[in-house]
Design a protein around this ligand. Structure first.
Ligand code: ATP
Ligand code: FE2
Length: 321
């Protein structure tokens, strides 16, 4: 079986092609980006419309497949920006009708988790899902057959870690998305104290952002030092709840997924924490950490019997699947 997956929840439009054995045949994408402003939903939707056909062609070419070879079309049904989700849905629906394909709507968050599990060949890890919008610590119920339900053990009480970095990046003029640039700039920084907020299994980043913004505005700290300290503080908060989740659940593997998982310093800190407690740390390669179509295709294969053409759901959480 060959599955085409289309990602369209936020600034990235992606087309991935995978087999039912989990082999990735193609994974191409194109992201809307802007220098200073964040994400303008209707502009992103226009961008996706513009690049969709050419990306599909590129994916087919690199996977060496034709429409006759395809068995299923999967699309990201949520969560995400409403106009962007609808644009993606309508593009995929159009392709499905034209080429007589079945379609399945999948949860974008679950897709991040599933592709990480597949890539690392894991059975039952604790997931740390850290992207733009989401910061969650998750475990999955184990079932003999099919996909078990996900449970969120802890999460951010306000903004996601990626969004916090992006907002700070905008304040200091690093553009969008700022995560990778902050990682670079942080290498030249030293530590300044920022609010460290962990409440039970939950974390909060808005106080950290406000404090960093104040220090910039009052010229009381350098950009480099704030980039370094934001990373150190926020990553340590995540490491603390991840460690607690490993301890409570008795699981021995931690898997980091989502776009912030591309950060080397974050991986280094989590790896160290895992080693110290006899657990093993896993991550996904850069090309699978952020949003892309292969994860949607794989999740579509896993959920092909649970969901069909469900249109979109912009608030759909992983633990509602
Ligand atoms: P979600 O999965 O919650 O819908 P999303 O679609 O915005 O969110 P991803 O593409 O998984 O998420 O992640 C994007 C985020 O990852 C952005 O906030 C970006 O700044 C951040 N990011 C990317 N690379 C890095 C990096 N090297 N260091 C830190 N953050 C990074
Ligand atoms: Fe994502």
């Amino acid at each position: 079986m060959i599955i085409v997956g289309v990602e369209s929840t936020a600034h990235t439009f992606g087309v991935g092609i995978v087999t039912d054995k989990g082999k990735i045949l193609a994974n191409v994408k194109d992201s809307y980006s802007s220098k200073d402003v964040g994400m303008i939903p209707h502009e992103i939707a226009e961008h996706h419309e513009k690049v969709a056909e050419q990306l599909l062609k590129k994916a087919f070419k690199s996977a060496k497949v034709e429409w006759e070879d395809i068995d299923l079309l999967a699309y990201s049904a949520g969560p995400g920006l409403d106009p962007v989700l609808w644009k993606g849905y309508n593009i995929v629906k159009g392709w499905a009708e034209k080429h007589h394909q079945k379609i399945v709507g999948v949860n974008h968050c679950c897709a991040h988790l599933s592709i990480g599990k597949l890539w690392n060949k894991l059975k039952d890890p604790v997931y740390l899902y850290v992207s733009g919008v989401n910061t969650q610590i998750i475990v999955q119920e184990q079932k003999k057959k099919g996909e078990g339900k996900y449970h969120v053990l802890g999460e951010t009480l306000d903004i996601g870690l990626g969004n916090m970095l992006d907002k700070f990046g905008r304040i200091v003029g690093l553009g969008f998305p700022a995560g990778p640039k902050i990682e670079e700039v942080a290498k030249k920084g030293k530590y300044v104290e920022l609010p460290y907020i962990v409440k039970g299994m939950d974390v909060s980043f808005s106080g950290l952002l406000t404090k960093a913004q104040q220090l910039v505005e009052r010229k009381q700290a350098m950009k480099e030092d704030l980039c370094f300290s934001l990373q150190e503080t926020a990553f340590a908060m995540c490491a603390e709840v991840a460690e607690r989740a490993l301890a409570h659940s008795g699981k021995k593997e931690l898997l980091l997924v989502g776009g912030v998982g591309a950060n080397k310093r974050f991986c280094e800190m989590l790896d160290l924490m895992c080693k110290e407690r006899g657990a093993k740390f896993y991550k996904v390669p850069m090309e699978l950490a952020g949003d892309q179509g292969a994860m949607i295709a794989w999740e579509g294969f896993l959920r092909k019997d649970s969901y069909g053409d469900m249109k979109v759901n912009c608030q759909w959480r992983a633990d509602e699947v």
